[in-house]
Design a protein around this ligand. Structure first.
Ligand code: ZN
Length: 153
């Protein structure tokens, strides 16, 4: 595998996400996923996860090796990383969602997004159940990321 690259030309407008950018630079450098995975000692599955957006940020070490293998400055990758600032384990997430639901019932209309920490817009909607009884259900969506609150009662 080649390991000396010229700079990425300014005319190439870089993708706004880590997934898009990794794939774009890899293709621009004409490196296969297999070659890249060998060069950085990640599994091809991990490269797939990164390029499909399942992984959205890199540890400093991983970023360094990926950037080197792709012939770019680490900051080119870092600037589009998206690091959730809350723990992602399912139990904790459920608690966070339940707290959001409670807050919305109490009238909150802006809360911290559990995925990215930006503002999630919240509202309490009214509807009717099958017996025509009025019901309330909370809605929330993030202004910055794809987070949508799904509340099943
Ligand atoms: Zn968000």
């Amino acid at each position: 595998m080649r390991n000396i690259f010229g700079p990425i030309p300014k005319s190439l407008s870089l993708a706004p996400t880590l997934a898009g950018r990794l794939q774009q630079i890899r293709e621009y450098r004409d490196i296969s996923r297999e070659d890249l995975s060998q060069a950085v000692r990640f599994t091809t599955q991990r490269i797939d996860d990164l390029e499909s957006g399942l992984e959205t940020w890199l540890s400093a070490t991983d970023r360094q090796v990926l950037a080197k293998a792709l012939g770019v400055e680490p900051k080119i990758l870092q600037e589009v990383e998206h690091k959730p600032n809350l723990p992602q384990n399912a139990g904790r997430r459920k608690e966070v969602i339940e707290d959001m639901v409670t807050a919305i019932f109490n009238g909150a209309n802006e809360l911290e997004c559990p995925d990215c920490g930006n503002i999630a817009q919240c509202s309490l909607r009214t509807g009717f159940d099958l017996n025509d009884k009025e019901i309330f259900f909370p809605k929330a969506f993030c202004l910055k990321c794809p987070f949508v609150l799904i509340w099943e009662g």
